[in-house]
Design a protein around this ligand. Structure first.
Ligand code: GLU
Length: 453
């Protein structure tokens, strides 16, 4: 790991070196800070007071970091111990907002990288939400519903004291879907004796959830990709699309991309990928992944003969016009980017958080591929969470059409603000710069207005 990125301007190098020194070993966190600070040189040059007021150093330090023990008993009666996290990163624009990730790979540094990304993503939505993230190294895979429930109850028994609709509002992320949010909300309600619907988002439709929240991250990523295409007089219609992953984000990205005339020919999970030249059958995929919680090979088996399953291999070997990484961080490296470029990829829109390594991003940009970073392209999920909070606060429930319409409008606005910010700084077409500069400026101005807190 190099001591600092070559792209970070000399004014910001000290801030970045402090982050490295004070957060040793947290490579994903370093990467996410590097990526943002690498864009901010021209911004602080134009607004030197951000440097004078040490806004960047302040932003790199989370407002609060909570780490706790989560003890629970498995079905065999054995005591299990996991670690719980909530990093309340920035409340400049609203209550801390961001998901919970349950995955064995989760460390404090993982949560910090996700929380840091979330600040700027949430700012880009233009909605009143701050940034935070949480989770645990608990692995829900292979656990019974009763085990997941006991884990969630123990997790919430500690976390509840830090939450509130005006304080901190978690939601789902990898490993946390409707089932987990249900158990978490139930325990919060029981402990507090309050039906405080706005304390969690991603709730079920009959108990305070919002229409279109389940679909929102995937749909939003496709709406964003569509705006990128329109911006260069193209469209998704007739395009060959590859989506990585097969979880919540991937499923609804596949559904919307197909609806818009694209053919999604491949998707994946951690065991390998499938290629279906006729276009992925999203109902079948959903049944295997969401209902049966099975492996992707079952998709190939069910489509007997017409679909190939490639064990372990990289889904990015499959040629496409549009690539949507919707699995996890650093899943698309420079070698994969080079293959995609050689195979003629035109647009990359990130449905996951930081799925492309910095080498991959550089390769796409140098090759003239339109690259939409996750903090802009996948903001539809958290934006719709904010719409869920809005419905909860007004004790209302909107139709699917109204919510989806609002989501589309928010994604168009994000695209517009990213593109105009990039143009304003003479970096036309640089979505990474536009997203970082636009998101940062909103948070920084709010922080300055509120003084040193
Ligand atoms: N985990 C999602 C994200 O990365 C959603 C967060 C939320 O809805 O609060 O943005």
């Amino acid at each position: 790991m190099s001591s600092h990125s070559a792209r970070i301007s000399s004014t910001l190098k000290g801030a970045y070196e402090d982050v490295l020194r004070r957060n040793p070993g947290e490579h994903e966190f370093h990467q996410s800070v590097d990526e943002v600070l690498g864009s901010l040189g021209p911004v602080v040059e134009r607004h030197p007071h951000y440097v004078d007021e040490r806004v960047i150093e302040r932003l790199c330090e989370p407002e609060r970091q909570i780490i706790f023990r989560v003890p629970w008993t498995d079905d065999s009666g054995k005591v299990q111990i996991n670690r719980g996290f909530r990093v309340e990163y920035s409340s400049a624009l609203g209550p801390y907002k961001g998901g919970l990730r349950f995955h064995p790979s989760v460390l404090l540094g993982t949560v910090k990288f996700l929380g840091f990304e979330q600040i700027f993503k949430n700012a880009l939505t233009g909605l009143p939400i701050g940034g935070g993230k949480g989770g645990s190294d608990f692995d829900p895979k292979g656990r019974s519903d009763a085990e997941v429930m006991r884990f969630c109850q123990s997790f919430m028994t500690e976390l509840y004291r830090h939450l509130g609709e005006y304080t901190d509002v978690p939601a789902g992320d990898i490993g946390v879907g409707g089932r987990e949010i249900g158990y978490l909300f139930g325990q919060y309600k029981r402990i507090t004796n309050r039906y405080e619907a706005g304390v969690l988002t991603g709730k079920g439709l009959t108990w305070g959830g919002s229409q279109a929240r389940t679909e929102a991250t995937g749909y939003g990523t496709v709406y964003f990709a569509n705006e990128m295409a329109k911006h260069v007089d193209r469209s998704l219609d007739g395009q060959r699309v590859v989506v990585s992953g097969s979880g919540n984000v991937a499923i609804y990205a596949i559904e919307k991309a197909s609806e818009m005339g694209g053919t999604v020919v491949a998707c994946s999970d951690s065991s390998g990928y499938v290629v279906d030249e006729a276009g992925i059958d999203v109902q079948l995929l959903r049944d295997i992944k969401e209902v049966r919680r099975g492996r992707i090979i079952e998709y190939a088996e069910a489509r007997a003969g017409n679909v190939s399953f490639v064990e372990r291999g990289s889904v990015w070997d499959v040629p496409c016009d549009v690539a949507m990484p919707c699995a996890t961080q650093n899943e698309l490296d420079e070698a994969a980017a080079t293959t995609l470029i050689r195979n003629g990829v035109q647009i990359v829109a990130e449905g996951a958080n930081m799925p492309s390594t910095q080498g991959a991003v550089r390769a796409f940009q140098q090759a003239g591929v339109l690259f939409g970073p996750g903090k802009a392209a996948n903001a539809g999920g958290v934006a719709t969470s904010s719409l869920e909070m809005q419905q909860n606060a007004s004790r209302d429930s909107w139709s699917f059409e109204r919510t989806d319409e609002r989501l589309g409008e928010i994604m168009r606005n994000i695209h517009e603000s990213v593109v105009t910010t990039a143009e304003d700084y003479d970096r036309p077409g640089d979505y990474v710069f536009g997203a970082n500069a636009a998101g940062f400026t909103r948070v920084a101005d709010a922080m300055l207005a509120m003084g040193v807190i």
